[in-house]
Write a protein that binds this ligand. Structure first.
Ligand SMILES: Nc1ncnc2c1ncn2[C@@H]1O[C@H](COP(=O)(O)OP(=O)(O)O)[C@@H](O)[C@H]1O
Ligand SMILES: [Mg+2]
Length: 205
């Protein structure tokens, strides 16, 4: 089973949004997709519980010390704010890709800086078994904010996988158990296109 961890120490950075959209993209591609919800707030689990039954399913589960985790083609791991220590090491053991959603603000970038440094010092990341990529959240790629973000990530030699614009489509979709990939392309064509390089990077061999 392949796995992607979605992580950023800051709350509200877009982890659950990125997790559910990647999971839905994989489900639409016909993969049996599991969503490990490490957050006590259970946002990802709530989303799967209201997801309409006719859509490609995403199976959410919570960590459980006694239960065998379910099996699938893909595991998407949605993590809580401030993930560190044992929980982070455990998630790193499972994952072969890490996606870090990041908003181009001073506060978000400074809060994420230490975490990125920590990640890049991990043996599995240095050895390139686990790859790290960043998704710009609430950012238009043509703006100064986008170049500021790219310059910041340049210090870490990290790629920007793609940019997600600031759009009410994200909270609105989540309210209905939907992702960008469940909506009519006539409405969200641009957004679906902005996800493509992100999904391609996650699924690349
Ligand atoms: N690109 C975006 N445009 C507008 N709102 C967004 C975007 N991405 C996320 N949001 C909203 O921002 C809030 C925080 O996002 P969320 O994914 O829950 O972050 P986290 O899981 O890191 O706490 C949610 O209400 C979500 O719907
Ligand atoms: Mg969340």
């Amino acid at each position: 089973m392949r796995a992607v961890l979605v992580a950023n120490p800051k709350g509200g950075s877009g982890k659950t949004t990125v997790s559910i959209n990647i999971a839905a993209a994989l489900a639409h591609a016909g993969r049996r997709t599991l969503l490990l919800d490490l957050d006590r707030q259970r946002s990802a689990s709530t989303w799967t519980s209201i997801r309409p039954g006719h859509l490609p399913p995403v199976y959410a589960f919570r960590p459980h010390p006694d239960a065998q985790p379910p099996k699938g083609d893909w595991l998407v791991i949605d993590s809580p704010a401030g993930i560190h220590g044992k929980t982070l090491s455990h998630a790193l053991k499972l994952a072969d890709r890490i996606v870090v959603p990041l908003q181009p603000s001073l506060f978000d970038m400074s809060a994420t800086s230490e975490f990125l440094g920590e990640l890049l010092r991990e043996k599995v990341v240095r050895g390139r078994r686990v790859r790290v990529g960043v998704v710009g959240v609430r950012v238009d790629p043509r703006t100064k904010a986008a170049s500021t973000l790219a310059a910041f990530l340049g210090q870490f030699d990290l790629p920007v996988l793609g940019y997600l614009r600031d759009s009410q489509t994200y909270p609105n979709a989540a309210f209905n158990g939907l992702s960008i990939f469940d909506m009519a392309p006539s409405i969200v064509e641009r957004d679906q296109a902005s996800w493509q390089p992100i999904v391609d990077w996650v699924t690349a061999e």
